[in-house]
Design a protein around this ligand. Structure first.
Ligand SMILES: CC(C)(COP(=O)(O)OP(=O)(O)OC[C@H]1O[C@@H](n2cnc3c(N)ncnc32)[C@H](O)[C@@H]1OP(=O)(O)O)[C@@H](O)C(=O)NCCC(=O)NCCS
Length: 424
């Protein structure tokens, strides 16, 4: 891991110095203000976390290290991981090193399979994935070295070790969660000649490797990799990791947040909503039919899944990237056609409700249709795919946070009477 480690050591040294200088010259400068409303709205919009892997401007969507996500859709996840960590697109030798590390570390300990065997057969796939990750905590390099008295300036290296081990094992674990949970046959062996995402596609074995499925998996793994650090999963993982709980603890904690229907589980809900609509109308629903259904959904005090966002105020560029993929690979697929009709209908409906701040689709609105096209129709599994990808960003954020010597996260809560007094 010489190249990545050397590069990171250099990047982190410069970054640490830059932050130290900034804090020394301007550490007490006010950079934001907080309203009472924000305190009661899930801390929405308060600038209080440091994250350099990516940013999400409301009017642009995901930007990774200065590159809009639309410009990164041809990259491999290995390249994205390097970019998240270092801020640079890797060269061929860097990619080969990361790919080699993932493949060298890919073997999953047998006890993980036993742990999965012990879970009830109808467990949610996200529960299975997170339990498997947590069960490997005994292998944490960070935890072992910490017990041995590791100095603080080595925290990031031990976190990098844990990250590489977890990410390397993730495709085999996640693929087995799928095959076991949905009775798809025996566990398959990985193929070391494939890249990380294509190997995951191979291990899932839902579609012919010669078709578009491996490309979809690459795109999926790239598009979901990171979304700055204020979202539920990233913030949870960062908070837990800041207590120096290792990545096995912190990543699984964050991914448990991803399992919520307002966060990562929305992609499962999207296809369910779409399929129900298709079933009701016996095929691709018209824009008028979808409009009526969306209105009924809101009247029933339910959300239209895949639409709206806590930060974004435009169509999610990740949604657009999936739509482009769909147009190129499965334009005539009825589910994909339905996605396009939903896109035409739903924003117009949501715009009628002033309280809904963003009527536009998010990343989850199109991905399920593409997965279903290739035969991955088990919606309950979809958040696992999201989780495998998001591990790249969560791990990168943890490595950088430990490398910058960020302290334990500990904001202050206020009581309602404090708030009343502050407002008066
Ligand atoms: C993503 C989401 C949780 C953001 O929540 P938020 O930041 O509170 O969004 P808003 O400020 O626009 O919400 C204001 C109101 O509009 C509602 N709203 C937002 N998006 C909506 C949608 N797609 N359908 C119906 N109502 C919606 C909210 O439920 C909220 O209602 P309330 O005041 O009665 O509780 C929300 O848009 C949502 O639930 N979307 C559907 C689920 C989804 O796609 N999640 C994946 C996110 S990547």
């Amino acid at each position: 891991m010489g190249r990545l480690k050397d590069k990171l050591a250099q990047v982190l040294a410069g970054h640490r110095q830059e932050l130290q200088n900034l804090l020394k010259s301007s550490g007490t400068k006010a950079v934001d203000q907080v309203t009472a409303e924000q305190i009661f709205s899930g801390a929405r919009g308060i600038h209080s976390l440091l994250c350099d892997t990516s940013s999400v401007p409301p009017d642009k969507g995901l930007i990774i290290r200065g590159h809009p996500i639309a410009e990164l859709t041809e990259l491999f996840p290995e390249e994205i991981f390097y970019l998240l960590l270092t801020g640079e697109i890797p060269d061929k030798a860097d990619v080969e090193e990361i790919r080699g590390e993932f493949s060298r570390r890919a073997a999953v300990p047998d006890y993980v399979w036993h742990v999965l065997d012990a879970l009830p057969a109808d467990s949610h796939p996200m529960c299975m994935l997170n339990t498997a990750i947590l069960s490997m905590q005994r292998d944490s390099v960070f935890a072992r070295k910490y017990e041995e008295g590791m100095p603080k300036d080595q925290y990031w290296e031990a976190t990098l070790e844990d990250a590489l081990n977890i990410i390397a094992r993730m495709p085999a674990i996640a693929a087995w969660v799928y095959r076991k949970r949905f009775k798809k046959g025996p566990r398959l062996d990985g193929d070391a000649s494939l890249d990380w995402a294509a190997n995951y596609a191979h291990l899932l074995s839902v579609a012919d490797m010669k078709g578009g499925f491996p490309s979809l998996m690459r795109l999926y793994m790239v598009l979901h990799c990171d979304h700055e650090s204020g979202n539920v999963s990233a913030m949870t993982a960062a908070t837990v990791n800041s207590a120096l709980s290792d990545l096995y603890y912190s990543l699984s904690a964050g991914l448990n947040g991803l399992a919520g229907p307002l966060h990562g589980l929305a992609n499962q809900e999207c296809l369910t909503w779409l399929m129900e609509t298709m079933k009701k109308y016996g095929g691709v629903p018209t824009v008028e039919q979808i409009t009526r259904d969306a209105e009924e959904t809101i009247a029933a005090k339910r959300v239209v899944p895949g639409y709206g966002h806590a930060v974004l105020r435009v169509t999610d560029p990740r949604f657009s990237a999936f739509v482009e993929f769909g147009k190129a690979h499965c334009a005539d697929d009825p589910i994909f056609k339905s996605v396009l009709n939903v896109y035409e209908a739903v924003p117009k409906v949501l715009k009628k409700y002033p309280k809904i701040k963003n009527p536009w689709p998010n990343v989850d609105a199109a991905s399920g249709a593409l997965l279903a096209h290739y035969g991955l129709t088990e919606q309950r599994y979809y958040t696992v795919l999201f989780a495998v990808s998001r591990s790249l960003g969560i791990c990168a954020q943890a490595i950088l946070a430990r490398g910058l010597g960020q302290p334990i996260i500990r904001p202050t809560s206020v009581t309602t009477s404090w708030l009343k007094k502050a407002c008066s």
